[in-house]
Design a protein around this ligand. Structure first.
Ligand code: TGC
Ligand code: FAD
Length: 387
């Protein structure tokens, strides 16, 4: 009987095209050779490894699923595999690419004017302009319909007032895609970092996503030209459709975190001998690791199928909610359990489990908390909105 790859028990590898495998393997090489040697130290120091941005851009990972304007036009499975491999390194790396691609380049591509697309997208694909996405506000991110940030029309400009909280890349961004309430409903604005009255400040003392920048944004009578408004969308469906893009990628990312943790613990439990045998030869360790493989396999199949639905133009937000909920829950449980199987060694950054477990505390909260996604599925099943 042939032996199986413990990290790909259902041979998802065979479902991928040659191009998808090539993309996955090249990102995997980048993560192993360039990112992982830096990441634990960056996590310890609380800094994003910005020196990796040029190579991330050269590999075509920024806006990779968009067509034209210097973007690679890859399919959904390829984008998912990129997220998976980056997050196998660290959630902060995947976050950086998610925000730039799905939350900043996507809305310009989908809702921007031709001038906005030509001006911003090639520079963003090249990593020369970094974006951030401002939706969440200090009083409560789960209910963005209750937005307090306002934009008021004044001649050819808009005047923006308010604040955004927990914004990835806020202080390193050259532009912020800011969603604000107007007299006509929610609209999106491209706020440039040197606009008067705009300020960003980092949030410190984070115990999660330490290799990523998280910031607050402030708008004090910021004048934004109408040319910087995204003309193609009004209403909450603007930011929510960006979230659908990012959440799709996030269904894949935590598979990478879980694979990194299981791989580490498979090795460790073979070498660690207790009570006269390797930990891997005990029944309870095997049951725990088998359960991890079962849950990783289910997550892999969910995301692969979701990718096919996305490419066929049939993806539904509830399907994304189910997979975001399932896959992040799967990964955080596995990371915590792997941390325990490593014993005392598991509390150090020498091993990846505790870093992934801590990172996933953010991933389970952002892009819709686990509760929000459970309620989205509940709404689909019952027809009652219970938010
Ligand atoms: P609801 O009534 O459901 O919808 C309002 C309007 O939006 C439309 N819509 C969508 N359109 C496109 N794509 C989607 N996925 C859509 N979902 C909904 C909907 O059809 C409707 O349109 P219209 O024309 O009828 O007005 O809205 P609701 O107020 O009931 O809210 C539902 C809820 C709770 C699910 C939503 O508010 C929500 O998702 N809350 C969570 C907020 C969230 O996820 N924030 C994330 C912030 S960004 C972030 O975390 C980045 S992390 C980055 C990183 O580092 O990786
Ligand atoms: P709240 O909305 O206040 O929720 C608090 C608790 O209440 C949660 O447990 C929630 O599940 C629960 N809850 C909410 N509604 C209900 C309900 N109806 N029934 C029962 N329980 C409920 N946002 C951006 O806009 N851009 C970014 O780039 C970005 N990056 C982020 C990076 C990090 C590291 C983090 C941690 C967050 C980031 N966010 C970003 C914000 C993120 O999207 C929000 O934290 C998230 O949407 C939750 O909002 P909140 O933190 O205000 O929690």
């Amino acid at each position: 009987m042939r032996s199986l790859d413990p990290l790909d028990l259902y041979e998802i590898n065979d479902l991928l095209t040659d191009e998808e495998r090539m993309i996955r393997d090249s990102v995997a090489r980048f993560v192993d050779e360039k990112a992982l040697p830096l990441i634990p130290k960056c996590f310890e120091e609380g800094r994003f490894p910005s020196e990796l941005i040029p190579e991330i851009a050269d590999m075509g990972l920024l806006g990779s699923s968009l067509e034209g304007y210097g973007c690679a036009g890859l399919n959904a499975v390829s984008y998912g595999l990129i997220c998976q491999e980056l997050e196998r390194g660290d959630s902060g790396l995947r976050s950086f690419v998610s925000v730039q691609s799905s939350l900043c380049m996507y809305p310009i591509h989908a809702f921007g004017s031709e001038e906005q697309k030509e001006h911003w997208l090639p520079k963003m694909a090249a990593g020369e302009v970094i974006g951030c996405f401002g939706l969440t506000e200090p009083h409560g991110g789960s209910d963005p319909a209750n937005m307090k940030t306002r934009a008021k029309r004044d001649g050819d400009d808009w005047v923006l007032n308010g604040a955004k909280m927990w914004i990835t890349n806020g202080t390193v961004a050259d532009i912020a895609i800011v969603w604000a309430m107007t007299d006509d409903g929610v609209q999106g604005f491209i706020v440039e970092k040197d606009f008067d009255g705009y300020a960003a400040r980092d949030i410190h003392a984070k115990m999660s996503l330490r290799a990523s920048v998280t910031s607050e944004l402030y708008f004090d009578n910021v004048r934004v030209p109408d040319a910087n408004r995204l003309p193609g969308v009004t209403g909450l469906k603007g930011p929510l459709s960006c979230l659908s893009q990012a959440r799709y990628g996030i269904t894949w990312g935590p598979i990478g975190s879980a694979v990194a943790c299981l791989r580490e613990v498979l090795d460790y439990s073979q070498e660690r001998e207790l009570f006269g045998r390797p930990v891997a030869a005990t029944q309870s360790a095997q049951i725990r690791m088998a359960d991890m493989a079962r849950r990783i396999t289910s997550a892999q199949l969910l995301s692969w199928r979701l990718g096919k639905l996305k490419d066929a133009g049939r993806i539904h937000p509830t399907q994304i909610s189910l997979a975001k909920w399932n896959n992040v829950r799967m990964a955080i449980d596995i990371a915590r359990d792997c941390r325990d199987l490593l014993g005392g060694a598991g509390i150090t950054l020498e091993y990846a489990a505790i870093r992934h477990a801590l990172n996933l505390e953010s991933v389970i909260t952002y892009e819709g908390t686990e509760t929000i996604h459970q309620l989205a599925v509940g709404r689909e099943l019952t027809g009652h909105s219970a938010f």
